[in-house]
Design a protein around this ligand. Structure first.
Ligand code: GAL
Length: 669
């Protein structure tokens, strides 16, 4: 991703800081904040995200004095600001004066004020107010020396990814006219000959509001696309004002890749971002949450087109919004932070700077916890600041990979709809099953969209790419013909971009490439599993497949398909195409990944590391490389490497010990 407004504007290394909400505190605390930020080495804070009601307490009555003082104080301390548009939460006077801006659920429930994000993103009334507020912020602070980057709104679509209000209905109709042009084309794309759903005009169309039973799936898919586009349209509207008033300042907004929001197709946003920013929170109940973190970071880099990106939020310890909010263990906060840096982040930021004492997030950890400075969290905050200073030379370097995993939001949306062969399929589960195996193998993975350039990868994993257009399917086939090993899993290539089945046998779009043809899906019942000929257990899915050019790598050993292929491999030009027509257990996936990577000749970043030790490289323009070694295990690990270890400032001649639960970063050349 290239931008005329490169981030960061100011010199320096990896940016360090967090969300800063000074409006929650008296001035003496704000003064202490700045002193403590200096102590921790904080250089960038996000300010003003939820400040609208404080900045405009009554309509048209603005009070910027307190924010002026905050920004001046930060600047005097050498701290930059990711300044928000202050539009993330409309103030009560606005929702009272204009209740029509409130969003609605599919069942008509109105989402009122009293929380945050109580706005319908399609509401022209809200848009006007948000644009006006953004302009005021840009005009007031565009020349402020603390301003480093604009932070538009906050986690757009986080709580209200889908709005079903009348404002949304109107915008949806406009969007549909644009996409389908005529009502005939829409009828054909939506398959409305089914169940008497034919539309005579665009005026008859509604969002997929609650209905007696299954709502038209293409209507749902288009509504998901529309909803993602509406968030992007809102971003663009505010971004355009910022660019007009402050053309020299880069703009971003914080994404929520994987933790919460499946409903925004971030790949479609990448061209609009000066720098990609992501928020990531660990899933506390997942014993391997660090692998989910790695995926989110690789996806952030994919959305950024390989460029460095910002980790805009994560947590120092527990969050407050999961059922049970585990505190982080020894070294975990540093490992988490540096794992993001290893995978391309040039900023490490937290929610939030100082832990709140009031409000819904008072039990969410922060850089400065309730306990104050005499706490392990604070000591770790200071320690991390020191580490990031040592890592300044890493800034701007890039991660490269021979392996890509194709990730597709529309397939996520469409594959999990109702009325399918099984309700047990979770798109992200399928993706993570293969990603986890690659992570355990120590292989660095680019997470990319099917619309991106796939040539140049030696190995391509394509899990459950359910909906795929002809061009994207051709791109996958082309990668194989050019020499890649491509592995495609079940329920891929089944429907086109309108969610219409590709007839003639499954997996429609990939039949020729894979050299197989399936005539029937045979999903398994909950708890049921079958055996493959190598002893692997497989569950969730089977299908009646026959070879049409491919060879069988695994066959079913029992069940109604005994003897038929379950995993296949086909020659494809200079490469190969594998098909996995079921869901093997973890050992089965690992064995297939081993064989597949061996064929593709893909090596891990460092060979021979024990399980639980993560290794990733970033490469600088000048041939320098930085090797991140993250030890998630309770044992010290010796690694044969040469270079200079940046965190401890030691030369390494042949062998480096990475202590249990710690990180080492080696400058290799
Ligand atoms: C994010 C949000 C922050 C804060 C945080 C808590 O989703 O952007 O404002 O709520 O979660 O984890």
């Amino acid at each position: 991703m290239t931008s005329e407004r490169p981030w960061p504007l100011r010199a320096g290394g990896i940016a360090y800081g967090g969300d800063y909400n000074p409006e929650q505190w008296p001035v003496d605390v704000q003064l202490e904040d700045v002193e403590l930020m200096k102590e921790a080495g904080v250089g960038l804070v996000s300010v003003g995200i939820f400040s609208w009601a404080q900045l405009e307490p009554r309509e048209g009555d603005f009070d910027f004095r307190w924010l002026d003082a905050v920004l001046d104080r930060l600047h005097a301390a050498g701290i930059g600001v990711a300044l928000a548009t202050a539009t993330a939460s409309p103030p009560p006077w606005l929702t009272r004066a204009h209740p029509e801006i409130l969003p609605e659920r599919a069942d008509g429930t109105v989402l009122h004020q009293g929380s945050r994000q109580s706005y319908a993103v399609s509401s022209p009334v809200f848009r006007d107010y948000a644009v006006r507020m953004t302009r005021r912020m840009a005009e007031r602070y565009g020349d402020h020396p603390a301003l480093a980057v604009w932070h538009v709104d906050n986690e757009l679509g986080c709580h209200v990814p889908h709005d079903y209000s009348d404002a949304a209905a109107e915008a949806f109709r406009r969007w549909l006219r644009n996409r389908h042009t005529t009502i005939e084309a829409l009828n054909s794309a939506w398959g409305t000959a089914f169940w008497s759903q034919r539309y005579d005009s665009f005026e008859e169309i509604l969002p997929p509001r609650s209905a007696p039973t299954f709502v038209n799936p293409t209507q749902q898919l288009d509504f998901a696309r529309f909803s993602s586009d509406e968030q992007l349209a809102h971003y663009r509207a505010l971004r355009d004002v910022l660019r007009e008033v402050t053309p020299h300042v880069p703009t971003t907004t914080n994404f929520m890749m994987t933790t919460a929001n499946k409903w925004v197709d971030y790949f479609s946003w990448s061209g609009d971002m000066d720098v990609v920013a992501n928020d990531h929170y660990l899933v506390a109940r997942d014993p391997e949450a660090h692998i989910g973190l790695a995926f989110s970071a690789d996806l952030s880099r994919g959305v950024a087109g390989g460029a460095p990106w910002m980790l805009m939020e994560h947590s120092t310890s527990a969050v407050n919004w999961q059922p049970r909010n585990s505190a982080k263990g020894a070294g975990e906060m540093v490992r988490n932070s540096l794992a993001h840096v290893a995978r391309g982040a040039d900023a490490v930021m937290f929610f939030q700077w100082r832990q709140s004492t009031a409000g819904a997030e008072k039990y969410h950890s922060a850089m400065l916890p309730h306990a104050g400075r005499d706490s392990d969290v604070w000591r770790t905050t200071v320690e991390l600041g020191g580490h990031l200073r040592s890592l300044a030379p890493v800034r701007g370097s890039r991660v490269t990979a021979d392996t890509a995993l194709v990730f597709d939001y529309p397939s996520w949306w469409a594959s999990e709809m109702e009325g399918h062969p099984t309700q047990d399929l979770g798109y992200l589960d399928e993706v993570m099953r293969w990603y986890r195996a690659l992570w355990r193998r120590g292989v660095t993975v680019d997470v990319v969209s099917p619309g991106s350039d796939l040539t140049g990868y030696r190995a391509l994993v394509v899990p459950t790419l359910y909906t795929v257009g002809d061009e994207d399917a051709a791109r996958v086939a082309e990668a194989a013909r050019a020499g890649a090993s491509v592995l495609i899993t079940f329920f891929s290539g089944i429907v086109d971009e309108h969610d219409h089945v590709r007839p003639g046998g499954y997996p429609g779009a990939f039949r020729d490439l894979l050299g197989v043809r399936s005539e029937e899906f045979r999903p398994l019942q909950e708890g049921e599993s079958l055996t493959l000929d190598d002893g692997t257990r497989a569950d969730l899915w089977s299908e009646k497949t026959r070879l049409e050019g491919a060879t069988a790598v695994r066959t079913w050993a029992d069940g109604p398909l005994a003897g038929l292929p379950a995993v296949t491999r086909n020659d494809a030009g200079r490469g190969h195409a594998w098909y996995v027509a079921t869901r093997p257990d973890d050992d089965g996936v690992a064995a297939l990944v081993d064989a597949f990577l061996a064929e593709a000749d893909v090596a891990p970043a460092v060979a021979g590391l024990p399980g639980g030790v993560e290794a990733v490289r970033r490469h600088g323009d000048d041939g320098t490389s930085f090797l991140f070694l993250i030890n998630h295990t309770a044992h010290d690990v010796d690694v044969r490497v040469t270079g200079h270890e940046l965190l401890r400032g030691q030369d390494v001649a042949t062998r480096l010990t990475v202590p249990a639960l710690e990180v080492a970063v080696l400058r290799e050349h």
